[in-house]
Every structure is written in structure tokens, then in C-alpha cells.
Design a protein around this ligand. Structure first.
Ligand SMILES: *Cc1c(COP(=O)(O)O)cnc(C)c1O
Length: 381
């Protein structure tokens, strides 16, 4: 009998990635203490020690979001799945959803609404500008039957911060639930779920939390949970159906039962990363991101870079900048990666080839990294 087919496996060795400095739109650099958590022993996903750790993750997620929401947990999949969890659970067929689009990720929200059978009301804003609350209020007045308002807090494609507090206040005033994308904001700038009255919000593990990519912390208000429990049609996604997931995360007051095998080590990792955030303190983390952004801004402006976004709306953790006149964007970006192990992001959509997106997210937001990047740019420009 012939051996199984070899196909193309000859010469493959263990993968040894280079050590990069990750200064793009995510993933960000991971602290050694967090990486170390990945190599701890495996336990079963229903092991009592693991369940106790999950309870701590829940508390740490509540801390990060500043909320007492009982339904706070981590979706076993990346930020995009956190987005999808919010939409598939909250949008019922026929629901009118006001979607604000001022960059790439607002466009994905729209895609979600349509696929859930919702009726989208799309509000477009110029890329590089925040969502305008006045236009949102007009839309809310014009569509009194709207059920949900959805927007991106920190648009990673442009580096813009929208005013989540005002927008969620409007949603509440006009009887809508709010869905907020906080993938890039959580940990980097204030995200105050209870104070701002946010109903559903998702983030990502690999941006300002600096954990391994592939997880999405989410939290839902009581009003949101009520809508989910009252649904007439079942959630079309079995995996993301919170009525089922709640039973595994122990958020329904019920005993835990098997839903899917949790990504055990990835959860150790986000536990450690969230613990580090709690030890540092949210306000210190926000201040660190702000201070490093200022340091970077001063250096970049000296070199002739210009910011895309007005100062008031800039995200400290995502710096969208036009390069100095006459600089070859792609060539320089590739050179930084090749010769300096330094990753910065390019532009998306209409901004491709025109801007860089320099991330100062989580563990990347430290002065040694900012200074390294500025030194390299001084040499190469
Ligand atoms: C990165 C990002 C996402 C998607 O997260 P993934 O983990 O890549 O799936 C969604 N929204 C925003 C604003 C992001 O920056």
C-alpha cells in the first residue's frame, strides 16, 4: 500500500516569526507577561478552575467597560464576530436601524443590518470626520419607528473619534437601542458604558487591550437583554445566539452547560491583559495613550507629516497622517518592515496610497517605541 500523499510538506519547519514592532492599526505588541500566559497548562473548559477564571474575566470586562451589566463576556472570535453578535441578536427582520458610516467599519455594520433582514437608514459622513449628532437627531425625528442606532466610536480607517456619549443619549431620548463599535477605543480612550447609556458594545482583544487576536469582549444593557429574550424569530446564527451563549458564560443565572469549547489559552491571555489594564488603572492607560500621541505628533509634524483629522476628534491610539511631500508611501512602509522590523499601516479605500495609519495601541503606546519610529523616519526621510 502506498503511503499517504506527501503533497507539499517537504522542507516545512516550525514557524519562527520575526520580532516586529507593531505600530499599525492592530494587532498591537503583546506584553511578555501576557504572552507567557499562553504557555500555561491546558485545563478543560468546564474545569472548576477555568470557570472561576471566566468569572474573573467577566468582572474585568465589566471594569474595562465601566458597567455593572450582567451580560458581559468575551465572544470566542475576533472583533468582527463581536459586531455580528450585536447585530444578529438585536436586529429582528423588519427592524429599522440607523447606521452611521464615516469609514470602513460603519460600512460593515450596514452589511450586518441587511443580512439580518433589518431595514437600514444610512447616514453617510465624510471620511476623516466624526458622526454629526445633529444629522443623527434629524434622522431619529424623521424615523420615529427606528429600533436601533449603530455607529463606530473609534473609526480605525481614519483615526476619528465620534461623540458616543451624545449619540447614545440621543438614541435613548428617541426610544432606540444603541450598538457601538469600540474595537479600537476600549482601553485607549474613555468608554463609559453605564454613564453613557450604551446598550450593546463590542471590542477586540488585539488593539488597545494588547492580547492575542481573536477574541471580542462584549456587554449588553438590561434593555438590550430584554429585546433579545423577547425575539419572535430565533437568532439566525446558532454560534452567536446569546440565549445559548449566556448559558455557558453563566450570565442567565443558570448552571453552566457546554456550548462550544472555549479557546482556553486565548482566555488566559485576555485575563492577563485585562488584569494588567486594571492594575494600571483605566485613567492612567488613557493618559498614557494621550501622552504618547502628543510625543508622536510633535515628532511627525517636525518631519512634515500632516494629520488627516481635526485635533478635537483625533484618536491618540490611531494616527492617520499624510506623508511629507514627495515621499513614496508604499516603498517606505515596506522598507520599515524589511529593514527595521517596524510595521505601520497604509490607508484603506479612498485613502489607500495617501496616508499612513500609525497605531499607538496598548503595549505599543510607550515612549521607546515612539522614539524608535521617529528616529527611523528622521534617518529615512
Ligand atoms: C479591527 C476592527 C474591527 C474588526 O476586528 P477584527 O478583530 O479584525 O475582526 C471592527 N471595528 C473596528 C473599528 C476595528 O478597528
Amino acid at each position: 500500500m502506498e503511503l499517504p500523499k506527501d503533497l507539499h510538506v517537504q522542507g516545512i519547519a516550525s514557524f519562527q516569526p520575526p520580532t516586529r514592532r507593531l505600530m499599525g492599526p492592530g494587532p498591537s505588541d503583546i506584553h511578555p507577561r501576557v504572552l507567557e500566559a499562553l504557555s500555561r497548562p491546558t485545563v478543560g473548559h468546564l474545569d472548576p478552575t477555568f470557570i472561576a477564571m471566566m468569572d474573573e474575566v467577566k468582572s474585568l470586562v465589566q471594569y474595562a467597560y465601566q458597567t455593572t451589566n450582567a451580560l458581559s463576556m468575551v465572544v470566542s472570535a475576533p472583533g468582527s464576530a463581536g459586531m455580528e453578535t450585536c447585530f444578529v441578536n438585536l436586529v429582528e427582520p423588519g427592524d429599522k436601524v440607523i447606521v452611521c458610516r464615516n469609514g470602513v467599519f460603519g460600512g460593515r455594520m450596514l452589511e450586518n443590518v441587511t443580512r439580518c433582514g433589518g431595514t437600514p437608514i444610512v447616514l453617510d459622513f465624510e471620511w476623516g470626520h466624526p458622526v454629526d449628532p445633529n444629522r443623527v437627531e434629524e434622522a431619529l425625528k424623521e424615523h420615529p419607528d427606528a429600533a436601533i442606532l449603530a455607529f463606530v466610536h473609534a473609526e480605525t480607517s481614519t483615526g476619528v473619534r465620534s461623540d458616543a456619549q451624545t449619540l447614545c443619549g440621543l438614541a435613548k431620548q428617541y426610544g432606540c437601542l444603541s450598538i457601538v463599535d469600540a474595537v479600537t477605543s476600549l482601553g485607549g480612550i474613555p468608554v463609559l458604558v453605564d454613564d453613557w447609556g450604551i446598550d450593546a458594545i463590542y471590542s477586540g482583544s488585539q488593539k488597545c487591550l494588547s492580547a492575542t487576536p481573536g477574541l471580542s469582549p462584549v456587554t449588553f444593557s438590561k434593555r438590550a437583554v430584554r429585546k433579545i429574550k423577547k425575539r419572535e424569530s430565533p437568532v439566525q446564527s446558532w454560534f452567536l445566539d446569546l440565549n445559548l451563549v449566556m448559558q455557558y458564560w453563566g450570565s442567565g443565572g443558570s448552571k453552566r452547560s457546554y456550548h462550544h469549547t472555549a479557546p482556553v489559552h486565548a482566555l488566559y491571555c485576555i485575563h492577563e491583559a485585562l488584569l494588567m489594564l486594571q492594575e494600571e488603572g483605566l485613567d492612567s492607560s488613557w493618559e498614557r495613550h494621550r501622552a504618547q500621541h502628543e510625543r508622536l505628533r510633535a515628532g511627525l509634524e517636525d518631519l512634515g507629516f500632516r494629520f488627516l483629522v481635526d485635533e478635537e476628534y483625533r484618536l491618540p491610539q490611531l494616527n492617520a497622517v499624510f506623508l511629507p511631500e514627495g515621499t513614496e508611501e508604499v516603498g517606505l512602509r515596506q522598507k520599515l518592515l524589511r529593514e527595521y522590523n517596524l510595521e505601520v499601516g497604509g490607508g484603506l479605500g479612498d485613502l489607500a496610497g495617501k496616508i499612513w495609519r500609525i497605531g499607538l495601541m496598548g503595549h505599543t503606546a510607550h515612549s521607546d517605541k515612539v522614539d524608535f519610529l521617529l528616529d527611523v523616519l528622521r534617518k529615512e526621510l
